[in-house]
Design a protein around this ligand. Sequence first.
Ligand SMILES: Nc1ncnc2c1ncn2[C@@H]1O[C@H](COP(=O)(O)OP(=O)(O)O)[C@@H](O)[C@H]1O
Ligand SMILES: [Mg+2]
Length: 423
Amino acid sequence: MESIQAIKQRFGIIGNNQALNRAIEKAIQVAPTDISVLVTGESGVGKESIPKIIHQLSHRKHNKYIAVNCGAIPEGTIDSELFGHEKGAFTGATQTREGYFEVADGGTIFLDEVGELPLTTQVRLLRVLENGEFLKVGSSKVQKTDVRIVAATNVNMFEAIEKEKFREDLYYRLSTVDINLPPLRERQEDIHILFRKFASDFALKYKMPTIKLSDNAIQVLLKHRWGGNIRQLRNIAEQLSVLEQNRTVSASTLQGYLPASSGTNLPAVIKTSKSESDFSSEREILYKVLFDMKADLNDLKKLTMELMKNGNVKDVEKNNESLIQKIYGDNDDEDIDFKESNSNNDLIAIAEHNSSKDTPTPVQDKYYFAEEIEEEETLSLHDKELELIKKSLERHNGKRKLAAEELGISERTLYRKIKQFDL
Ligand SMILES: Nc1ncnc2c1ncn2[C@@H]1O[C@H](COP(=O)(O)OP(=O)(O)O)[C@@H](O)[C@H]1O
Ligand SMILES: [Mg+2]
């Protein structure tokens, strides 16, 4: 049997907390069997490694491993995704389609956020767990499959059962073995090691010197609540790595990146963490910064164009009052001096840099990530922005005020974007 240390190394798991070790040990023990496993723990604690370990250490390792985020698939399509559908089963079903349970025959399916499964899907899942049988949507032909299920949840399943959102029989069927991962705040000894690991990873990725924490900053790090757990810690390490010029971070600088503090000079993520968000995409902050800049840049272009055409500053000022207000913020904002080089204006520096492609400046290396992201991800900023707004609205059940707060924009701007994207 592979040792816990070897597994950690193989799956990139950092930390030596006892409860973490116990969880990995349990995963190693159940792997060779076909027992269903339920991984529990708050969002961001590292649940996704467990099913990977189980699959890789099982006799199924040469067959498929499919991870399904049950919370991310719309209710209307989830049955078809999981079990497939027959041609003509519903409008748009122009062809027969195999579902994950068919494709992963002989392998493992990881059902993440299993608590989000609709009740009708739960019935189908129970059947497949009990006797390996399922029906494609729109078909009456019983099919057989041999799939091992590992599920994960960050919600209290007993509460869900109480509220009749989750079937009790399915819960017991799924949780033959329960593997719990502790929240980061209960893994004090691992917090700084994890930070150092992430800092060093991001230094490599963004080709910048590794960020370090002062002694006081380490204390701040250890005392923080880490509601978003390791995902949040990783996010903070990434933000610091990208945005901080001074590579030794002081306690107060770090505090500025942590949710509870006020008067911070960073957008989105700070506010995000006040809400329900679980930092689902660690790149959201970077995209947000980028598309905010792009929007500002477009507005500035418009204004410059006006100035060039018109020449009369006063006139342009008068005719473009709302545009000027949009770029420079709402009335009570201070005047922004573009030349000033405090950290607030670092973001503006990126915009300037991006807009002047042919005049390389020292800023260029520092913001190398801006180009990298565009190359790596095919998503356009526009799509990403749309996705961010949608997600935020969803998270807040369409409440614009909360979404705007999370996105770090005014309600008015959000309203404008909703109109613009026809949301
Ligand atoms: N022990 C760990 N060592 C290194 N990275 C970790 C560890 N636990 C979690 N992570 C990282 O934190 C992020 C969130 O983990 P994930 O498994 O997606 O959390 P969950 O599924 O519990 O919400 C991922 O980027 C993951 O790689
Ligand atoms: Mg997850």
